[in-house]
Design a protein around this ligand. Structure first.
Ligand code: GRG
Length: 300
């Protein structure tokens, strides 16, 4: 059983604050040359975002008794990859957006070439952080963390999902194709966050690792289903990014494929499946359970 009595909101606020401090420390200083690039990297990462992936890493770390000093580095690596993906996704050659996390996107605030380099440099920094200090109980386990993040980020993960997204814009997708796209584009990194967090602690048995992975898969997909619902329902001010864009751009979404009511039901079903997957962990998975609820019930 967990002895942590903090309520979810307090725990979440503490992890978010810890991550802000860790990211500020781990990113290159704004004054170090090349200063403009480093300033733009900090602009892209700091002071914004829900930090869902770091929260997942910390929650999974509670299952394996991981030290926060390790978790914050592993979580930072995942969050840097996420930030890079947002910077590139917002560029005119991709989603072409001007607002992210309530402020101008990086290519608007700086310029396109800088935005491209910010994404590149954030990605390299993520892998540097995963290699710099001991994060797992053995070098082999740590190499496995690097491998997990590399696979989740590349053409068989997030970048591949993004490629499918770009190819399919304006075309209706069947549900299995939509699911395939999102499992890669959004789900892969979310899964990696949970796996990396868990690996910072004591090794899980094969069955336990499978359970955690099933949870992370459900949560990753639920995250996207809810993102599609919110794109229809929430305002630009609430989201901090342009709302209603999916429909304008003719993007296939869970809402366009199955309607709003069924998309909400699907998110709820995935939440239940996520809870079931982590039942064997008992109290050690309390934060994971709360996080699944937060991801599905969020309004932003
Ligand atoms: C450019 C290789 C490459 C990939 C981009 C993730 C992605 C792939 C694009 C982002 C586009 C998008 C809006 C996807 C929907 C789900 C998603 C990742 C939303 C943003 O994540 P949040 O809500 O953002 O966690 P914050 O700002 O809270 O961190």
């Amino acid at each position: 059983m967990t002895t942590d009595t903090r309520d979810f909101a307090t725990w979440m606020g503490e992890v978010q604050a810890r991550m802000e401090a860790a990211l500020a420390r781990l990113l290159p200083p704004a004054g170090a040359a090349p200063a403009r690039l480093h300033q733009a990297m900090r602009y892209a990462v700091l002071e914004g975002g829900k930090r869902v992936r770091p929260l997942l890493a910390f929650a999974a770390g509670e299952v394996t008794g991981a030290a926060p000093e390790r978790l914050e580095v592993a979580a930072a690596a995942v969050e840097l990859i996420h930030a890079y993906s947002l910077v590139h996704d917002d560029m005119p050659c991709m989603d072409d957006d001007v607002l992210r996390r309530g402020k101008p996107t990086v290519h608007v605030e700086y310029d396109q070439a800088t935005a491209l380099l910010v994404g590149d440099a954030l990605q390299s920094l993520a892998f540097f952080l995963l290699c710099e200090k001991p994060l797992a109980d053995s070098p082999a386990a740590q190499i496995e963390m690097v491998r997990t993040l590399a696979l989740a980020t590349g053409s068989r993960g997030m970048a591949g999902g993004q490629a499918i997204d770009l190819e399919s814009t304006g075309k209706p997708l069947e549900l299995p194709e939509l699911e395939f796209m999102h499992i890669h584009k959004t789900g892969a990194l979310i899964r990696a966050a949970a796996v990396l967090g868990a690996r910072c602690g004591s090794p899980l048995g094969a069955r336990e690792a499978e359970n955690l992975d099933r949870y992370a898969k459900c949560v990753g997909l639920a995250f996207q289903v809810v993102d599609d619902v919110l794109d229809c329902e929430a305002s630009t001010a609430t989201l901090g990014k342009t709302a209603g864009k999916d429909a304008i751009q003719g993007k296939a979404t869970y809402v366009s494929a199955m309607g709003l009511a069924r998309a909400r039901e699907l998110a709820e079903d995935l939440r239940r499946q996520a809870h079931t997957a982590i039942e064997p962990f008992g109290g050690r998975a309390a934060r994971l359970a709360q996080l699944a609820d937060f991801i599905v019930l969020r309004k932003f």
